[in-house]
Design a protein around this ligand. Structure first.
Ligand code: ADP
Ligand code: MG
Length: 708
C-alpha cells in the first residue's frame, strides 16, 4: 500500500510510521524509542516547546545585550585557551556584522564538524554587546542545509522543538512531521458531537494537529509555550473527553449491573466492634456508614478507602467482610506482599475465630497439599474468609459465593487484576484500600470510576514519629541512638535500598550490613535480616520473631514497607534515604509508632546527595501528614514516578497533562457523563462513532468489549 491509497482509507494513520515520506528504517527505529510507531503517533507527537524565529535580527542593528536570532555564515572556528581554560569559539558573519559564539565545555568534535567555515547557521540566545565585540555563550543553533527547499520550516516562523532524541535532529523531525501532516492529517478526525465542539469553542482535529506543530505566522508563541493555544486545548479536550467517556460508560454499566444487596444485619459486625479494645474514630464510623450504605444497596459497590498509614483501615475492611459473611457470602482480602497477607491473616483470625468463623490464607508459598486443601475449602464454601496475595486471582481459584472483595494497597495492583478478582464472584462488592494519600484531583483520574471515602483522622493518643536527617559523618551518633533505644526495650528497623551488593552502585546493602551490624556494631543485640528474595516461610518466620520480641534489630529492604505492625518498634533508620520517594519514606516511617512508645525515624543521607535531595528530605522532618508529603512528592517527581510504574493505572496521554489540564478535565468529565446519562450504553445510532472511537482508544482500560 502506498501513501496515496492510505489517504483514501480511514485506517491510513494506523500504518507504520515508515510510510511517511522521509522516514527510513533508521529514523523509524529512532522514533520508536519515543513511542512513535504509527503515522498517528507521529501526528500526535507534540512539541515540547516553540521558538519564535519569525524575526531574524541583523547583527549591526543589535546595540545592547538582548535575546537575538541570527542567520550567518561561519568564518572560522577553533578551540582557544584563556589561561588554562579551553573554550571553543566560532565566528559567524551575517553580512552586517560578526558574532563570536563560545562554548566552555562540550563536544568539540561535534562543534568543529557543525561549524566548518562556509556553513550557514541559525543561532539564538542572549547576545552580549560589549566594547570588545558581540558574543553569545552556548547558543542554540541549527545548521541550514543549502539547496533543500524547506518551505520555511526552520526559521522565519515559530518553530516546534521536539523532545530530544539521540541521533534525530530537530530539522529532520520537523521535515517528517510536515510530510505526515501533508499526507495524512485529513485522515484523522474525532466523532465528538458538533454541539459540544462548538459550545467549548474547539478546533477540528486536522487543523489543531497542523497548528500544534506549526503555529500560524501570527500566533501567540507564549500561548503555545504555555500549552494554552486553541490547538492544545482542542487536542487535550479530545483526549480527556474519551477518557472520561470510558469512565462514565464503565460506571454506568456497573451501576446497572445486578449486584448483591447485603440487607441482613446479624450479630457479627456488632460483636466485632464490641470486641475491640478501642472506640472507632469519628472518621472510621463515617466511612463505615458509607460502606454499609453501598453494601446494602443492590448495585455493586466500587469504593476506594483512602487513609494514612495507621488510621485504622483494616478494622473497616474486617467489618465489611463480616457484613458479607452475615449475609451468607464469602469475603476475600488481597494484599500486595506475602508478609502483609500473613499479617492480615493473623490479625483477622484473632477477630474471626472468637466469632466462630473459618478463615484461611492463600499465598504462593503454601505447600502443594495445603494449597489444594485451601482451594478446596474456598470452592466448597467451608471457608468464610480468605486472605491472600496474587495467588487469589489465579485461574484455578474459585469461590462458592464471593460477596466482597477487599484489595489492600491498590496502587500496586493494576486495573486488570482488580477486574480478574471481581470475576471470581457474580458482581461482588469491591473495597479498595490505599495508604497513599492521592490528591483528590489525581484520584479522579486514577480511580475515576470509584467512589471515594477518606479516613482523615488518626486514633487518639497517636504521637507523631519524630524524624531527623543525619549525614554520613554522624553515623556513630546514629548507632549510639539505636543502642540506647534498644537498651530501653524498643526495637529498631534498619532499611536499605538493596538486598545485596551492586557492582555498579556504591551503596550499602541489607545482606552485607546485617552481618557487619551484628558482628562489629551491635554484638550484644540480636540482629535479623529479611528481604524480598527470601522464601515466604523464612520471611514470615523472621517477621514473627521480630514482632514477638525475639530480635532487637531488623535489617531489611522495603519489604517492610506496607502494613507491618510491630507495636514495640520505635526506631526506623533508613539508609541512603535520598534514593527513596517521599511517599515511600512516609510509608516506611509508618512502621514505627504503632504502639505506645515514643517513636523516631532517622534518615541517613549520603554525603554525595545533591542540595535538592537534602531539601526534599527536610520535608519529612517538617510534617507527619501523608497528604502533604504526597503533594510534595508529586510536585518534585511528577505523576508517573510518584505513582510507581505503569501498573499504577495512571493513564498515558499524548498531549494532555492531568495536572496542567485540570480545568479541561472537569469540562470533559461534565460533557462525557452527560452523553452517557442520555445514552447509557452508547447504543443510539448517532453515538455509534463515539462508541467505536472509544473502544479503539480505551477498550483495554475499561476492561470489556461490549456494553452487554
Ligand atoms: P492502616 O491499615 O490504616 O494502616 P490499621 O488498621 O492497621 O491501620 O491500624 C493500625 C493500628 O491502630 C492497629 O493496631 C489497630 O488495631 C489500631 N487502631 C485502629 N483503629 C483504632 C482506633 N479507633 N483507636 C485506637 N486504635 C486503633
Ligand atoms: Mg494497612
Amino acid at each position: 500500500m502506498n501513501a496515496k491509497d492510505a489517504q483514501a482509507g480511514t485506517d491510513g494513520v494506523a500504518m507504520p510510521v515508515r510510510y511517511v515520506k522521509g522516514v527510513g528504517p533508521k529514523t523509524a527505529a529512532l522514533l520508536e524509542k519515543k513511542g512513535v510507531r504509527t503515522v498517528e503517533d507521529l501526528l500526535y507527537f507534540a512539541p515540547i516547546r516553540y521558538e519564535d524565529r519569525r524575526r531574524i535580527d541583523r547583527v549591526s542593528e543589535i546595540t545592547e545585550t538582548r535575546r537575538a536570532v541570527v542567520v550567518g555564515v561561519v568564518r572560522k572556528a577553533s578551540a582557544v585557551y584563556y589561561r588554562r581554560v579551553r573554550v571553543f569559539e566560532a565566528v559567524v558573519d551575517d553580512g552586517s556584522g560578526q558574532v563570536v559564539l563560545k562554548w566552555f565545555r562540550g563536544n568539540d568534535s561535534y562543534l568543529r564538524w557543525s561549524f566548518r567555515p562556509g556553513r550557514k547557521i541559525i543561532f539564538f540566545g542572549e547576545l552580549k554587546v560589549s566594547p570588545f565585540g558581540k558574543e553569545m555563550a552556548h547558543p542554540d543553533f541549527e545548521t541550514i542545509d543549502e539547496g533543500i527547499d524547506d518551505e520555511n520550516l526552520h526559521f522565519g516562523r515559530s518553530v516546534p522543538v521536539y523532545s530530544e532524541t539521540e541521533g534525530l535532529q530537530q530539522k529532520q523531525l520537523r521535515r517528517v512531521v510536515r510530510n505526515a501532516l501533508d499526507t495524512f492529517s485529513q485522515c484523522v478526525g474525532s466523532p465528538i458531537p458538533a454541539e459540544i465542539r462548538s459550545r467549548r469553542g474547539l478546533a477540528d482535529i486536522p487543523s489543531a494537529l497542523k497548528d500544534i506543530h506549526f503555529p500560524a505566522i501570527d500566533a501567540d508563541v507564549g500561548l503555545y509555550n504555555e500549552r494554552k493555544s486553541l490547538a492544545h486545548r482542542s487536542l487535550v479536550f479530545d483526549e480527556l473527553f474519551f477518557f472520561q467517556l470510558a469512565l462514565a460508560l464503565k460506571k454506568g454499566v456497573r451501576d446497572r449491573a445486578p449486584g448483591i444487596a447485603f440487607r441482613r444485619r446479624g450479630k457479627l459486625v456488632e460483636s466485632f466492634f464490641g470486641m475491640l479494645p478501642f472506640e472507632l474514630t469519628a472518621a472510621q464510623r463515617r466511612v463505615f456508614d458509607e460502606v454499609e450504605k453501598d453494601m446494602s444497596d443492590g448495585r455493586p459497590m466500587q469504593r476506594l478507602l483512602q487513609g494514612d498509614v495507621g488510621c485504622g483501615k483494616t478494622v473497616i475492611a474486617m467489618a465489611a467482610v463480616l457484613r458479607a459473611v452475615e449475609n451468607g457470602y464469602q469475603g476475600a482480602v488481597m494484599a500486595p506482599t506475602e508478609i502483609l497477607a500473613v499479617q492480615h491473616h493473623q490479625n483477622m483470625r484473632r477477630w474471626a475465630e472468637p466469632l466462630g468463623l473459618r478463615i484461611g490464607l492463600l499465598t504462593g508459598s503454601l505447600s502443594k497439599k495445603d494449597r489444594l486443601d485451601t482451594l478446596d475449602r474456598v470452592a466448597s464454601g467451608r471457608l468464610d474468609i480468605v486472605i491472600g496475595t496474587h495467588a487469589l486471582i489465579q485461574d484455578h481459584v474459585s469461590f462458592k459465593g464471593l460477596g466482597l472483595v477487599v484489595i489492600d494497597e491498590q496502587h500496586r495492583f493494576g486495573v486488570a487484576q482488580r477486574q480478574k478478582f471481581t470475576e471470581k464472584g457474580a458482581n461482588p462488592d469491591v473495597l479498595v484500600m490505599t495508604a497513599t494519600p492521592i490528591p483528590r484531583t489525581l484520584a479522579m483520574t486514577v480511580y475515576g470510576d470509584l467512589d471515594v471515602s477518606v479516613i482523615d483522622e488518626m486514633p487518639r493518643g497517636r504521637a507523631r514519629v519524630k524524624t531527623k536527617v543525619f549525614s554520613e559523618r554522624q553515623r556513630d551518633r546514629v548507632y549510639e541512638i539505636v543502642r540506647s533505644e534498644v537498651a530501653k526495650g524498643g526495637q529498631a528497623f534498619v532499611v536499605y535500598p538493596l538486598v545485596a551488593g551492586s557492582e555498579t552502585l556504591d551503596l550499602r546493602d541489607a545482606t552485607r550490613m546485617a552481618g557487619h551490624l551484628q558482628r562489629d556494631v551491635f554484638p550484644g543485640f540480636r540482629v535479623g535480616l529479611v528481604h524480598g528474595r527470601m522464601k515466604g516461610e523464612e520471611k514470615e518466620r523472621i517477621m514473627s520473631e521480630f514482632s514477638g520480641g525475639g530480635l532487637d534489630i531488623l535489617v531489611s529492604t522495603t519489604v517492610v514497607e506496607v502494613g507491618i505492625d510491630v507495636p514495640q518498634a520505635s526506631l526506623m533508620v533508613i539508609e541512603h534515604a535520598e534514593r527513596f520517594g517521599l511517599s515511600q519514606l512516609h510509608q516506611l516511617r509508618g512502621r514505627v509508632g504503632r504502639g505506645n512508645r515514643r517513636s523516631y525515624c532517622i534518615l541517613m543521607a549520603s554525603s554525595t546527595g545533591t542540595k535538592v535531595s537534602s531539601r526534599r528530605l527536610r520535608v519529612m522532618e517538617e510534617t507527619n501528614d501523608g497528604f502533604l508529603v504526597a503533594e510534595e512528592d508529586l510536585a518534585i517527581r511528577g505523576p508517573g514516578e510518584f505513582m510507581g510504574t505503569r501498573q499504577s493505572g495512571l493513564p498515558e496521554f499524548r498531549v494532555a497533562n492531568i495536572f496542567r489540564d485540570l480545568g479541561i478535565m472537569d469540562e470533559a468529565r461534565e460533557d462525557a457523563f452527560s452523553v452517557i446519562e442520555r445514552d447509557p450504553g452508547l447504543a443510539r445510532p448517532e453515538n455509534e462513532g463515539l462508541y467505536r472511537e472509544l473502544m479503539r482508544r480505551w477498550s483495554d482500560r475499561i476492561g470489556y468489549a461490549k456494553t452487554g
